[in-house]
Design a protein around this ligand. Structure first.
Ligand SMILES: NC(=O)C1=CN([C@@H]2O[C@H](COP(=O)(O)OP(=O)(O)OC[C@H]3O[C@@H](n4cnc5c(N)ncnc54)[C@H](OP(=O)(O)O)[C@@H]3O)[C@@H](O)[C@H]2O)C=CC1
Ligand SMILES: O=C1O[C@H](COP(=O)(O)O)[C@@H](O)[C@H](O)[C@H]1O
Length: 475
């Protein structure tokens, strides 16, 4: 297999996990580290876990073992879980007091022979992130460390700039890893592989051949008890200004001069710089029926649980091509699909292709085992020359049956340990995305109510025009 990147052996790591008692750590981070450890992919590791309250090491290790039983794909046996949990110790740490944590980190670094690298993962609520960064600077914990930041990276342009400024008082941009777990998904990197490792796609990857792009992430689940988070965030900031915009960046970027973190992110930043500010006229907000009855949601909440928006990229490649973005909770299906819709050819077969069912679409399914399909029109077998839709499918599980995809968080954790920032968002990208969203967020559309299990408000369906949303067509 050809790899485009070198993989040098990893140096021992001390992972300082702030917010270690939280939901993300329990559901994703500890199970992910456990799997990587069992797969032999981690270097010698110690975890300095921290939450705001005091806990004993033993109690916290028991909490980690429970999380593995509940959330790891393969929780292994008790011995394996205990061996992993033994690498973890716990300290209380708050923005006001990180002294005890700093002492523990120093001990763990000595335990690993004194040449370990330090990785600080900030998995704390957004309002705690900035004061925590200041604490990391004050205690020396940020010194020479890689700092992983969870979204949201601000809530608008101004707060994103303030957050970046706070970060840069303590660390340089080369130490910052803003995580967007969608970028760890196999299929996202496949957008790049397909475009730039083949002669077939890049020549048609522009407005002359593509008539629309759809980035569609409907979720069947509702807010699942995350009212506190959702009421302050909403679907736009949770999904659109983060994951969906990053996908747009990968689809739309120009070929980078080399495949490095700096060149790739510079191309993405250029795309975001060319995105025309989103408008309320071409954006639909929705709220599912029953949202206001969820525990912790205000009775008159105007928070959107659904967004459909049309983005335009004003550059030579994409002028006039709509990029349609859609996501929402409590919808008819759970999908993550990027669709590239190609222009109709001139009529040749009888009444013209406009009347033939189907049309050319390239679709990326962002599942753990990804799938790429190309819908074309072809000749239906038989004595007549009848045109009918058919599909090429590239099923990765089948094509590479012995090689398994690494789940997104695990892949990204490894990248941080390798010091590879390619799949992490840079400061200027974040600010340019907010620039494109700021006007809309200052005058957001009123959310339209929609039934649970539907495709959201009718206006959002209409936004996609004649071909409609691929996913809603049941494809
Ligand atoms: N949960 C998810 O699926 C996702 C979460 N994220 C992001 O990850 C981050 C963490 O989310 P999540 O795990 O859900 O949050 P939780 O509310 O579940 O956990 C918050 C964690 O932060 C700690 N904490 C809270 N306040 C303070 C404080 N003042 N000082 C020190 N520690 C504090 C808590 O400690 P204690 O328990 O002691 O109170 C707890 O460990 C957020 O930025 C979120 O946006 C991103 C993507 C998905
Ligand atoms: O970051 C988030 O992502 C999930 C969807 O992620 P997936 O990998 O399960 O598709 C979303 O449900 C959640 O609201 C959001 O915070």
């Amino acid at each position: 297999m050809t790899s485009t990147r070198e993989s040098a052996p990893l140096v021992p790591q001390v992972l300082v996990l702030l917010g270690a008692t939280g939901d993300l750590a329990r559901r994703k981070l500890f199970p992910g580290l456990f799997r990587l450890d069992r797969a032999g992919l981690l270097p010698p590791l110690r975890v300095a876990a921290a939450g705001q309250r005091q806990r004993r090491d033993a109690d916290f290790r028991a909490h980690v073992c429970e999380a593995l039983v509940e959330f790891a794909d393969d929780p292994g046996d008790e011995q394996a879980r205990h061996a992993f949990a033994a690498k973890v110790c716990y300290s209380a740490a708050t923005p006001d007091d990180g002294a005890h944590l700093a002492t523990r980190v120093a001990e763990l670094e000595r335990e690993l022979g004194g040449h370990a690298e330090r990785l600080v993962y900030l998995s704390v609520p957004p309002d705690v992130t900035e004061p925590m960064i200041t604490m990391l600077g004050r205690t020396g914990l940020a010194k020479d460390a890689r700092l992983v930041l969870e979204k949201p990276f601000g809530t608008d342009l101004e707060s994103a700039r303030t957050l970046n400024a706070t970060l840069h008082e303590v660390v340089t941009e080369s130490q910052v890893f803003r995580i967007d777990h969608f970028l760890g998904k196999e299929a996202v990197q496949n957008v790049l592989a397909l475009r730039f490792a083949n002669g077939l796609f890049e020549p048609v990857w522009n407005r002359h051949h593509i008539s629309y792009v759809q980035i569609d992430v409907p979720e069947a689940s509702a807010i699942e008890g995350r009212a506190g988070f959702y009421e302050t965030t909403g679907a736009f900031r949770d999904m659109v200004s983060t994951h969906l915009f990053q996908l747009l960046g990968f689809v739309a970027l120009e070929p980078p001069s080399r495949l490095t973190a700096e060149t790739l992110r510079a191309e993405k930043a250029k795309v975001f710089d060319s995105v025309r500010p989103l408008t309320p006229e071409r954006t639909v907000f929705g709220q599912y029926e029953g949202y206001r009855d969820e525990a912790g949601v205000a009775a008159d909440s105007q928070v959107e649980t659904f967004v459909a928006a049309e983005a335009r990229i004003d550059n030579w490649r994409w002028k006039e091509v709509p990029f349609l973005l859609r996501t929402g909770k409590a919808l008819a299906a759970q999908r993550r699909t990027v669709t590239i819709g190609f222009r109709e050819p001139p009529p040749l077969f009888g009444s013209g292709n406009d009347a033939s069912p189907g049309g050319d679409e390239l679709a990326f399914e962002l599942t753990v085992e990804p799938r790429i399909s190309i819908d074309v029109r072809t000749k239906r077998p038989g004595p007549e020359l009848e045109i009918a839709p058919a599909r090429f499918v590239l099923d990765f599980a089948e094509a590479f049956d012995e090689e398994r995809a690494v789940p997104a968080y695990e892949r990204l954790l490894l990248d941080v340990m390798r010091g590879d920032q390619m799949l992490f968002t840079r400061d200027d990208e974040v600010e340019r995305i907010w620039q494109a969203c700021d006007r809309l967020l200052r005058h957001p559309p009123t959310p339209i109510s929609y039934p649970q299990g539907s495709w959201g408000p009718q206006r959002a369906t209409d936004l996609a025009g004649a071909r409609s949303w691929r996913v809603s067509r049941g494809v």
